[in-house]
Write a protein that binds this ligand. Sequence first.
Ligand code: 8YV
Length: 311
Amino acid sequence: MKHRIVQIGPITPPADARLARDYDVTPLWKEADPAAFLAAHGAQFEGVAVHVRDACGAGIIDALPNAKVIANFGVGYDKIDVEAARRKGMQVSNTPKVLDGCVADLAMGLAIDVARGISTTDRFVRAGGWKTGQRPLMTRVYGKNMGLLGFGGIGQAVGRRAAGFDMAVRYHTRRPVEGSPHQHEPSLPALAQWADFLVVACPGGPQTRHLVDAAVLEALGPRGILVNIARGSVVDEAALVEALQTGKLGGAGLDVYENEPNVPEALLAMDQVVVLSHIAGFTRESRAQMEATVCDNLDAYFRTGQVLNPV
Ligand code: 8YV
C-alpha cells in the first residue's frame, strides 16, 4: 500500500513523476475548492509535498490531522507555518546545501554586474552606443569590503567566493558562527557602514522582515551596492527605491522582490540596478538535487520516522 500524500502545487515534472510513482498523491491544485476538499478529506493524508513558492499555512496544516511530515522543495521555508506544524508534532524538511553554491555564484555575479556594469554595457553595445562613445568608469570589485547579512550555508559560500576576490568579509547574524574565519558584526547598520557590498543571505519570514531598512541602505551609502538573493521581504522595497532614486545608495543587484513576480516599475528604469527573476537556484544541477532531496526526505520519514533535513 502506498502512503497517501497531498501535494499543494506542481513541483517539477521529474519530482512530480517520482512522487506519483512512489506515493498515492492527491494534487491539491487541481481541486476546484482546495479548502473545502481538505475539510472533507484531509484526514486521509499522511504527508505533504510542497513547492517553496506555495503557501502551507495553519489552515492547511490544521486540516490534516493525520499528516506527520511536510517535505518542502526549496531551502527557504518562509511560506510554511513551521510553528503550526510543530504544535501538531509534524516534521518539516527542506533542501539545504544542494543549491548553496549556485545561489552564491549568482550573488557574486550580481555584485560584479552592478559594480562593473555588465548588463548596462551589454545594452549599450546592442544599441550601437560604442560606435559613438564609451561607458563611464565603473567600480572595482576585488579587494573591497563584503558584508553578509546571514551566514548559513549560502552566506558562507558567498564568503568563500568573496575571499577569492581578495575581499575582506564580515557577517551579521544574531549569534557569531563558531569557527568562522570572518569577523562577526553584531550591528547591521555598522556592517552596512563598513561594507562596499552588502549581500542579503538570511532566511525570509516575519523575524527578518524589513531588516534592511532606510537606515541600513543609507549606511551602505552612495557608493554601496546591495545584493539580494534571499527573500524580497528582508528588504524594505519602498525604502530601496527611494535610496536609489535619491542617490543615497549606489546600486542594487536583485533576484528577489517583496511581491513576486512584480518588480517595482521605478527599478526597471534604473541603470544602476540589475533585476533577475528569482533564478539563483535555477540550474540543471541544483534542480536535480532538489528534486531528489524533497523525495528522499519523504521516503526517509516513511521508512524511519525521521526526515533527513529537518528545519
Ligand atoms: C527557488 C529558493 O525558489 O530554495 C529556495 O528557497 O528560493 C529557490 O531555490 C527554487 O529554485 C524554485 O524555483
